[in-house]
Design a protein around this ligand. Structure first.
Ligand code: KIV
Length: 288
């Protein structure tokens, strides 16, 4: 498998076969995330949308990859995740699954499927599972608890998503910190309901750190934070954000670990100069 993982850092996907459900229908991936929480090992995750980055991520020390509906914004340039369709996600899921056969892959049930009612959402969950997702993620939008229960009954592992819910955002100003004031109670309750409905883990997005600490302590299942402070059981970021590949500003919670866009531009400039100055291709890069 991945011989070049960080020494000494266990990887949740390392002793699993990607899509084989375990007892009770939960994948080994779900079980291993639970074990990470129990052992106090921080979970690391990021998004993946395509084959080449998945092939890189297949060798990376991450615990799971998310084929997120953020693909609609990051890759397709839509203003919101609501533009993601099941077909869109299935195409990206297939590319990621082929590129990262050793990783745990979670896929979002898109808003358009949730909007279509419980049957459409459950069908979308089944389709994503059939397309190679080890688990599906459901945002806490209307009807989600029934969808979660139904999928769990069918043996499909479900990750919940509370806090800021991008699928409910219809205007840029609605991207804001969730869970301040009275909303805190609602988020705590929603998280508890998702756990009771059978979710094996939860994404908690853009909430005050003290609320995230409370949610994480209150739940037995792993809580993966994004913009939720340092006390959750793990962190997830959009790959393009962490690699500095997204144009324009980023939310405060994003750390760019490098300037990927500048690097890429430098390589393209070097290629252009080599072509223009007759330094590419050389003899060795040509056929006789
Ligand atoms: O779609 C996505 O990228 C997500 C993350 C923000 C967790 O849901």
């Amino acid at each position: 498998m991945n011989g070049d993982r960080e020494p000494g850092r266990p990887h949740v996907g390392s002793d699993r076969s990607p899509s084989a459900p375990g007892p009770g229908g939960q994948t080994p991936g779900a079980e291993l995330l639970r074990r990470a929480k129990r052992d106090g090992r921080r979970i690391v995750a990021c998004t993946a949308y395509d084959h080449w980055s998945a092939a890189v991520l297949n060798r990376a020390p991450v615990d799971f990859l998310l084929v997120g509906d953020s693909v609609a914004m990051v890759v397709y340039g839509h203003p919101s995740t609501r533009a993601a369709t099941l077909e869109m996600l299935m195409g990206h899921l297939g590319a990621v699954r082929r590129g990262a056969p050793d990783q745990v892959v979670v896929a979002d049930i898109p808003w358009l499927a949730m909007e279509g009612g419980v049957e459409a959402a459950v069908k979308a969950g089944r389709t994503l599972r059939g397309g190679g997702a080890d688990a599906v993620k459901v945002e806490a939008v209307p009807g989600h608890l029934t969808v979660v229960r139904r999928l769990v009954e069918e043996g499909i592992p479900v990750m919940g998503h509370v806090g800021l819910l991008p699928q409910t955002v219809t205007a840029p100003e609605e991207y804001r910190v969730a869970g301040r004031g009275r909303e805190a109670e609602e988020i705590l309750e929603s998280a508890a309901q998702l756990q009771a409905a059978g979710c094996f883990s939860l994404v908690l997005e853009c909430v005050p750190s003290n609320l995230a600490t409370e949610v994480t302590a209150a739940l037995d299942i792993p809580v993966i934070g994004i913009g939720a402070g340092a006390d959750t059981d793990g962190q997830i970021l959009v790959l393009h954000d962490l690699a500095g590949l997204t144009p324009g500003g980023a939310p405060r919670f994003v750390r760019r670990f490098g300037d990927g866009a500048a690097l890429l531009l430098r390589w393209i400039e070097a290629y252009a100069a080599s072509v223009q100055e007759g330094r590419f291709p050389t003899e060795t890069e040509s056929y006789r």
